[in-house]
Design a protein. Structure first.
Length: 396
């Protein structure tokens, strides 16, 4: 059995770019106007010409910009992928390797070195996966063809090219995500321009090749976002089974108030003191609960998602040697870690599913294949990379 999933998706995505010479001429005309605009905003003629002349639209960028989430990722899937044993072990090794830099960043900016390392690990797997999109091409494609946020894309392109003019980066170092974030800790160009620091003292702010600059800049970002030196960011708690009180990151109250509401630490010990925290219950009262502090809000500012801030916070704790959550997630079908996801894809390929090369990343082709495999094994068709379908296909 060989499915047609990959073939269908290929023709669907290419159709956007097979509109003929008129579309190509329209894109060239748009880029010419964009070039004039970035020059007017302070980019040199030479840099603008080298970056933009002769560009073709990037099909992958446009396709990714139009993808709508097919389902809400359960929190246990999200954390299973981002905070697995491999990322923890590799992160601890990288922290030993870059110990002096991380400690220096901690001293200079007051931000926990474990949190700095956790951002590095989640964003690019410690500098190994920084993205492959050429930023001038990606941002030009989004500006000219996405149909939204044109001013934003133009501003990010302008900032990226000014970094080249300033001497921080070479043009051929502007590679990152399809939406413009780049470098070892994934700054968008305007954030790079505003908050990057020359932490290795070589006269350049190089978040691409200089690990020191990347880690120091991340610390500077978190400090500017309101980080408070020496304070906690998160503690795991348990709530009463019938809890119906306030929740939410912004609804902060003293720990003593949370204690009066029947909430205890995950190990059963009592809460006390006046530190202000908000309560998160990402899986409801039956799952792990978390009291989150002002430093959690600083982490949240990095990506504006509570699940992201939770992943950073938990990875930081694991890097520091703390255990996994004491309370299990309320599911009988846990998410898979990265090694299991990779193995799941190999099992799907062995069953004849045409999902492309196994890379451990669960995209639309893999989800469609999982859904079909679930139906064949009598499981509810979710498209999730969960433990049930993994075991049904022969996973350990």
């Amino acid at each position: 059995m060989r499915t047609r999933i990959g073939t269908i998706a290929l023709f669907s995505s290419l159709s956007v770019f097979l509109a003929g010479p008129a579309a190509a001429q329209s894109f060239s005309s748009c880029v010419a106007k964009l070039k004039a605009a970035v020059i007017q905003n302070g980019v040199s003629q030479a840099t603008a010409s080298r970056a933009l002349d002769g560009l073709q639209p990037d099909e992958k960028v446009l396709r990714l910009s139009k993808v709508q989430p097919e389902y809400k990722t359960p929190i246990w899937d999200y954390l299973g992928f981002l905070v697995d044993d491999r990322r923890i072990a590799e992160g601890q090794a990288m922290m030993r390797k870059y110990d002096s830099i991380l400690r220096s960043a901690e001293r200079n900016f007051g931000v926990s070195r474990y949190v700095i390392a956790a951002v590095w690990g989640v964003e690019t797997d410690y500098g190994r996966e920084v993205g492959t999109s050429y930023l001038p091409q990606a941002l030009s494609t989004l500006y000219c063809q996405s149909g939204k946020r044109a001013d934003f894309w133009r501003g990010e392109l302008t900032a990226a090219l000014k970094l080249v003019d300033r001497g921080d980066l070479q043009l051929d170092e502007l590679y990152g995500s399809w939406a413009g974030a780049f470098g070892q800790t994934q700054f968008i160009p305007t954030t790079y321009q505003r908050l990057a620091v020359d932490f290795d003292g070589d006269g350049r702010r190089d978040l691409v090749r200089s690990t020191a600059d990347a880690l120091g800049s991340t610390a500077n970002y978190l400090k500017r976002a309101g980080w408070r030196s020496g304070e906690s960011w998160l503690i795991e708690v348990r709530v009463p089974a019938n809890y119906s009180g306030p929740t939410g990151r912004k609804g902060k109250a003293p720990l003593s108030t949370w204690a009066k509401r029947g909430i205890v630490r995950a190990d059963g010990s009592q809460l006390s003191g006046g530190a202000q925290a908000g309560l998160l219950l990402p899986a409801g009262p039956r799952g792990p609960g978390f009291l989150v502090f002002r430093n959690f809000d600083a982490i949240y500012a990095y990506n504006h998602a509570e699940s992201y801030a939770l992943a950073i916070s938990h990875l930081a704790d694991r890097l520091a040697g703390y255990p996994a959550f004491r309370t299990a997630w309320p599911t009988d079908d846990p998410g898979l870690d990265r090694d299991q996801r990779l193995h799941l894809q190999k099992l799907l390929i062995a069953k004849g599913y045409d999902i492309g090369e196994a890379d451990g990343k669960i995209g639309p082709l893999t989800r469609t294949a999982i859904e079909d495999a679930e139906k064949r094994h009598g499981l509810p068709p979710t498209g999730r990379a969960g433990l049930k379908i993994y075991r049904a296909l022969g996973g350990g």
